[in-house]
Design a protein around this ligand. Structure first.
Ligand code: PMM
Length: 265
């Protein structure tokens, strides 16, 4: 899954694809580099980010989804708003990726149930503006698995069939670097929930933390793509269904290597 952030302020690529035509071109480039899906989002969720208003999110997302879908690209829409999800599906999106797992907007789960598309349920403890204060765990893998499992049950009860759900441990969301790394190591336990697993660690802070130089300075976000490819291989090897990344080429190769060495059965 390649990322197209149609935002002025995403932490790793903010502003680069803010014009619709540039965003569409970027999505097509990601497909040419090996992406099977392109995730289009119009709201930054970086730690501390304020929310974008609904009209602006629609203005950013819908034309890009429409133009990419018209080119035959499989598009997912990254949104916490039911209105944006519904309009994006009308414009051709085939999957709704909600980092709040339907918690931010009570109309989201019924809207996705009505649209009939798959839904990504991510582990989420609250909006970005203060999520770092919620990064408190005793056993991070156990707690994330339990909270995700409960969320899946709630979403199924609210009308989306289990076979249409994808789950995501939510790397970087209400998590510190050590939590993210423990979740990557424990990905098998997330996979054991029995739904396809999406892993989205591309360029995130925990990779910067791993790569700090002798002065303790992390590389900038765009200097974390080799680390992202390594993460993609680890996730694929452990059974992830998809990895969401900004730099597709390196990850596509990494995933192919992981597949080639994954024991069959
Ligand atoms: N992270 C970001 C945005 N969307 N979607 C899912 N399912 N999982 C994530 O972890 C996730 C996401 C934030 O990253 P970005 O600013 O690099 O897009």
């Amino acid at each position: 899954m390649g990322v197209v952030n149609v935002t002025p302020d995403s932490f790793s690529d903010g502003g680069r694809w803010f014009e619709a035509s540039t965003a569409v071109k970027h999505g097509l480039d990601l497909v040419a580099e090996g992406a099977d899906l392109v995730d289009v989002g119009g709201e930054s969720t970086r730690p501390g980010a304020a929310r974008v208003d609904e009209d602006e999110e629609l203005r950013r997302v819908v034309p890009v989804v429409r133009d990419l879908a018209a080119e035959g690209v499989l598009v997912s829409v990254d949104t916490m708003r039911s209105s944006v999800a519904a309009r994006a599906v009308d414009a051709g999106a085939v999957l709704v990726n909600d980092v709040s797992g339907g918690l931010a907007d009570p109309a989201m789960v019924p809207a996705v149930a009505a649209c009939g598309v798959p839904f990504v349920v991510m582990h989420w403890r609250g909006f970005s503006h203060d999520m770092n204060s919620r990064a408190v765990y005793g056993d991070v893998v156990g707690e994330v698995v339990a909270e995700l499992g409960a969320r899946v049950e709630a979403v199924v009860t609210a009308g989306i069939p289990p076979e249409r759900l994808v789950i995501d441990p939510g790397l970087g969301f209400a998590k510190r670097a050590e939590h993210d790394l423990a979740l990557v190591a424990g990905l098998g336990e997330v996979c054991a929930l029995g739904r396809p697993v999406l892993v989205a660690g591309s360029r995130k802070r925990f990779l910067g933390h791993v790569l700090t130089d002798v002065n303790g300075t992390p590389p900038p976000a765009h200097g974390r793509d080799a680390a992202t490819a390594a993460l993609s291989a680890i996730a694929a090897y452990q059974g992830a269904w998809a990895v969401r990344v900004h730099d597709v080429r390196a990850t596509a190769d990494a995933v192919r290597v992981a597949r080639a060495v994954t024991p069959s059965g």
